[in-house]
Design a protein around this ligand. Structure first.
Ligand SMILES: N[C@@H](CCC(=O)N[C@@H](CS)C(=O)NCC(=O)O)C(=O)O
Length: 206
């Protein structure tokens, strides 16, 4: 199994999940400028990471890749112990991060795609920061009830949420008062598998 990623991007979630399985895998950092090369576009026509290759299969889309890793290594319990309800709860949080939190960053990372003027771009950024605070409030509330997003088991969505918390710190999302999220981030940072993934991707957390 080989994962292609970009340093600190959403592919870091898959990288952490693979480390959590404890099984061997290959990892390659793709330089940003190579994402739109014909060679990489042949793997993913969107020219984005993550991409996972397993034998003859090339898989794109983070939610699908996290699901595939979880199903390929059931002993890692990345979707819980295998019950339908634990799997569904885990998928719920993967989907929440993939479909709600992750896209909410787009106007912050690329405001020029959303507004032409400087004022317009400042406006869409402000709105996105507000939206993110609201979304992280939902995650914080959940983490006040259970140790991990989906319950008392650490799952793939936890890795994905953690990655977006690194983005939140970079772009200045207001997470004040979200003490459960703070504790969650600290727990993740103390995790050896997380530390190994960060180190491999050349990421230092101040
Ligand atoms: N819907 C895709 C989104 C993937 C995505 O946005 N990847 C970003 C990194 S987080 C990327 O590769 N961006 C580089 C680019 O688009 O040029 C997924 O879930 O895999």
């Amino acid at each position: 199994m080989k994962l292609y990623g970009l340093s600190g991007a959403c592919s870091l979630a898959d990288h952490i999940a693979l480390n959590w399985t404890g099984q061997p895998f290959e990892f390659e950092l793709v330089p940003r400028e190579q994402l739109k090369s014909p060679e990489f576009l042949a793997k993913n026509p969107l020219g984005s990471v993550p991409v996972l290759i397993d034998g003859e299969m090339t898989l794109t889309q983070n939610a699908a890749i996290l699901g595939y890793i979880a199903d390929s290594f059931p002993n890692a319990n990345l979707f819980g112990s295998g019950t339908s309800s634990e799997r569904a709860q885990a998928m719920r949080w993967v989907a929440f991060v993939n479909a709600d939190i992750h896209p909410a960053y787009a106007p912050i990372f690329r405001p020029q795609n959303y507004a032409q003027t400087e004022d317009g771009q400042a406006f869409v950024k402000t709105k996105a920061l507000e939206k993110l605070r609201q979304l992280y409030g939902i995650a914080d509330e959940q983490l006040g009830k259970t140790e991990w997003l989906a319950g008392d088991f650490r799952e793939a969505g936890d890795a994905y949420l953690f990655v977006t918390l690194l983005w939140a710190a970079k772009v200045g999302v207001d997470l004040s008062g979200y003490e459960h999220l703070d504790k969650f981030k600290a727990r993740m940072l103390a995790d050896e598998s997380v530390q190994n993934a960060l180190k491999t991707e050349g990421i230092e957390i101040a």
